[in-house]
Design a protein around this ligand. Structure first.
Ligand code: KG4
Ligand code: ZN
Length: 354
């Protein structure tokens, strides 16, 4: 790794329903989190059964200034870091809800310009990928298999170099498999909704599965072919909806024990589908390490089933600004930032572009 000075970065994440600000310091491959303030909008969107984009943007607009203040206050009291010590500002530029992204990007631009700091635009999925470096000493082994499994994306990447050597096309050129329809996190959320559970469904299914029988319902594992590294979760959603319909004929509302068994069986099907393709990819590319990141990395069953994998620490699995600071730090080391008048034209983009 390049012998660079320590760098302190203030990072902002507003791509979906978490309004998060962090102050992260890079020194070598390990990153220290000096401050992390996150406001989750989950309770605001729960009555709608999913994220309402305009509501998300408006809430970011209201809450972001206080998250910035809180992260700075934390860094000051924990490590004596002040605003003047910051080397750069970073922000999630893509992908996500564009209105939500625009709030973060506008704030980051204003801060960077007013404070005369460079601005580092970050790809949200690269943030997830770099989340493993937060507060962890890692013994990296290449080639590594990176699985990014979140509410919006499920992709597999072949990683042959550390993030401080990744070029701007990394996510695209390294991609060896992806979901053809729903993301795995989306499968958790949609099946939870069918069962009448709240939003987001992943954590709820994770919890309720502990009381259920994973073998009670037989659910499909799509694309079993050995030469395919893609995923498909839409068939699972249909199968769960048919089971719910049948169960409702017997009991309306569903019996608690039926929900627990259906949660456990659904979780098993999603975890199995992920592990099947991960194992195929390891074999095909002779991978020496698995990095598993994204919101689904918080799943208890998956963590135990993939015991050898490298996971982010749990607070950095779901959306947070510290992971954006991590990816920004590695971009910063390569000189990928904008400054001065040039940063004023930076825009947000909804698409992942790969
Ligand atoms: O990475 P993330 O916070 O946001 C996106 O970038 O999408 O991922 C959110 C997803 C949701 O679909 C949520 O249900 C899922 O991660 N998730 C979980 C767990 N915690 C969050 N899925 C399974 N088990 C969990 N414990
Ligand atoms: Zn995410």
């Amino acid at each position: 790794m390049a012998d660079k000075e320590l760098s302190k970065i203030l990072s902002i994440e507003t791509s979906c329903d978490e309004c998060s600000v962090s102050i992260v310091e890079g020194s070598g491959p390990k990153l220290t989190v000096h401050g992390l303030a996150t406001f989750s909008q989950v309770k605001i969107h729960a009555p709608f059964g999913g994220v309402v984009p305009e509501v998300a943007s408006r809430n970011h607009l209201e809450v972001l200034p206080s998250m910035i203040k809180e992260a700075i206050d934390q860094a000051k009291s924990k490590s004596g870091i002040t605003q003047n010590d910051l080397d750069a500002i970073a922000v999630t530029q893509r992908p996500g809800l564009v209105g939500a992204l625009l709030v973060g990007v506008s704030a980051a631009k204003a801060m960077a310009y007013a404070l005369h700091k460079p601005l580092i635009p970050v790809h949200h999925l690269e943030g997830h990928a770099c989340s493993i470096f937060l507060e962890q000493d890692l013994d990296l082994k290449f080639p590594a298999l990176l699985a990014i499994v979140s509410g919006g994306h499920t992709t597999l990447h072949l990683v042959t170099s550390p993030p401080w050597e990744w070029d701007s096309e990394f996510l695209k050129t390294s991609c060896i498999g992806k979901s053809r329809d729903d993301a795995a996190g989306e499968a958790f959320d949609k099946t939870a909704k069918l069962m009448g559970l709240g939003y987001p469904g992943g954590a709820l299914i994770d919890e309720l599965s502990k009381k259920g029988n994973p073998k009670r319902f037989s659910l499909p594992r799509a694309l079993p072919q050995k030469d395919i590294l893609d995923f498909s979760f839409s068939g699972l959603k249909t199968a769960v909806s048919l089971i719910v319909k049948d169960l409702k004929k017997e009991n309306e509302p569903l019996r608690e024990s039926d929900v627990w068994d259906l949660c456990a069986s659904t979780q098993e099907a999603i975890v199995d589908a992920l592990i099947l393709k991960i194992e195929l990819a390891i074999k095909k590319y002779k991978c020496r390490q698995v990095w598993f990141v994204g919101g689904v990395a918080a799943n208890t069953r998956l963590r135990s089933a993939l015991g050898q994998a490298v996971f982010p620490l749990r607070p950095y699995s779901t959306d947070n600004a510290a992971m954006i600071g991590a990816a920004a730090y590695f971009r910063w080391l390569q000189g990928h930032y904008v400054s001065g008048e040039r940063l004023l034209t930076l825009n947000a983009h909804a698409s992942a572009q790969f």
